[in-house]
Write a new protein. Structure first.
Length: 255
């Protein structure tokens, strides 16, 4: 009995020492551990017939002016321009591969390229995920120059005049120092093509006044809305955004 008790006592001491020496910390979950190089998209649901294209053409207007070179939220190394490009990439990776036309227009770059203050860097062409992504990857220039947003909106308005079907126009900007009367240009766009065109704004900025201005631009359109990039961070939020802008459950929609 004494030997058994001694053994039991020794075992308890050993276990106590072991647990005292090794204090295991609980596992801390980090979302970055689950980063997926191939994020979820809507290809399967689209192919299953749950959704149909809501639009026939989409036009992205990207602010590449000097104010977009500032760090987003005034901290870190990511500029507003880089955050904007990342937003388009995430949107592109979420969209299904569907048969609509797409375009990407930048404005800015006025210091070194005064004749290219607005530039169509993608399209108009039949949309492909790889094609749009390559165009975004090619935007290696720094954000600089003034902000002729009104001219960019006017360019898109002229393009819409030459295409058929419904349209989505997405302006991505910080809403700061936008020139060329963008309010008036959106109003003209609405007057001419409002029955078949929705105008959306995505705010990527630091100054709340810019958000107010972007909200005002979107309010000029009967169809569309304004949103901040901060509201489309999670994967499910981007999926919902893509559904609202590009898709409809009316699979019998005539095109």
């Amino acid at each position: 009995m004494n030997r058994k008790r001694l053994f039991a006592f020794s075992l308890m001491v050993f276990v106590s020492l072991l647990t005292g020496c090794f204090q295991f910390q609980p596992f801390q979950f980090q979302p970055s551990l689950l980063l997926n190089p191939r994020p979820e998209n809507l290809d399967i649901e689209f192919k299953m017939g749950r959704y149909a294209p809501k639009v026939d053409n989409f036009f992205i207007i990207l602010d590449a002016s000097t104010s977009m070179s500032v760090a987003y939220k005034s901290e870190g190394e990511d500029s507003k321009f880089n955050v904007a490009k990342d937003f388009i990439k995430r949107m592109n990776n979420t969209m299904p591969e569907f048969n609509i036309n797409g375009s990407l227009l930048t404005f800015g770059r006025g210091i070194k390229r005064p004749m290219r203050q607005t530039e169509m860097v993608y399209g108009p062409t039949i949309y492909s995920r790889s094609g749009l992504e390559q165009s975004i990857n090619n935007l290696s220039f720094p954000a600089e120059g003034n902000s002729p947003a009104g001219s960019a909106i006017n360019t898109i308005s002229s393009t819409i005049a030459s295409v058929k079907g419904d349209n989505a126009v997405i302006l991505i900007s910080d809403g700061e120092h936008l020139e060329g009367d963008p309010r008036g240009r959106v109003r003209i766009l609405e007057d001419r093509y409002g029955e078949r065109t929705c105008f959306y704004t995505v705010w990527i900025g630091n100054d709340p006044k810019g958000r107010v201005f972007m909200d005002e631009l979107a309010s000029k359109s009967q169809c569309g809305f304004s949103i901040s990039a901060d509201e489309i961070v999670a994967e499910e939020e981007m999926i919902e955004f893509v559904k609202q802008v590009f898709l409809t459950t009316d699979t019998g929609r005539e095109r």
